[in-house]
Design a protein around this ligand. Structure first.
Ligand SMILES: C[S@@+](CC[C@H](N)C(=O)[O-])C[C@H]1O[C@@H](n2cnc3c(N)ncnc32)[C@H](O)[C@@H]1O
Length: 197
């Protein structure tokens, strides 16, 4: 290697065959590049770090009775697993509005959905609490929709990443906010409440 070409940084060392810490699982964090590793993790019944496997997908799709051309909302976009399957069913000519309050995962999910071939025409992403659904629909010029889907709770990405404060496997700051840009962290809230209120 010449003096002008800097060496790539050395990968962090970890003990054992596979990395255990969330941040060290670099292959699982890059499913496009390391699709084989990711497929192996999924086949072993685990969820790759930094991703989310949607549950009851067929049941949800059947309950929504989706047809091409339908217009609807996924109020909890998450990793976009349900959204992508909904888009498959309502395409062509359908439209999905995707909402999520999480500012860290939301842009990554939008990038994945765009990379799957869903443009602005069929998929509008709005980072919002679902409490703001009426405003979001007004922004899209929609007076009504055919369905609203909500997969309530936390995503695996939020549980997995110790820095989010949701993990029950690994120590991390006591934060627990879906949107860390707003409001008090769990630690701040606990410091100000009393047993009376
Ligand atoms: C169980 S995950 C959804 C997973 C998604 N169905 C998928 O296939 O990847 C729940 C999501 O709801 C989001 N969420 C939780 N409370 C919310 C709220 N009040 N408004 C909008 N999104 C919310 C979380 O940020 C999380 O991404």
């Amino acid at each position: 290697m010449s003096e002008e070409t800097p060496r790539p940084p050395r990968r962090k060392r970890y003990s054992g065959k596979n990395p255990r810490r969330f941040e060290d699982k670099y292959k699982e964090h890059d499913p496009v590049r390391y699709s084989e590793t990711v497929a192996k993790v999924i086949a072993s019944g685990k969820t790759p770090a930094g991703s989310h496997i949607p549950i009851l997908v067929n049941e949800c799709l059947a309950a929504l009775s989706l047809r091409p051309g339908m217009v609807g909302v996924d109020a909890t976009l998450g990793y976009g697993g349900h959204a992508t399957r909904i888009l498959e069913k309502i395409s062509p000519a359908g439209k999905l509005i995707g909402l999520d309050v999480d500012p860290l995962e939301f842009p990554k999910t939008v990038t994945r959905i765009r990379a799957a071939g869903y443009s602005d025409e069929c998929f509008t992403a709005i980072r919002s609490n679902y409490a703001g659904i009426a405003k979001a629909l007004a922004e899209c010029g929609l007076a009504e929709v055919d369905f609203v889907f909500a997969d309530l709770g936390c995503s695996s990405m939020q549980f997995d990443d110790p820095s989010r404060g949701f993990s029950f496997k690994t120590a991390g700051p006591l934060d627990m906010r879906m949107n860390p840009d707003r409001g008090l962290s769990a630690a701040e809230w606990l410091a100000k409440v009393s047993t009376e209120n």
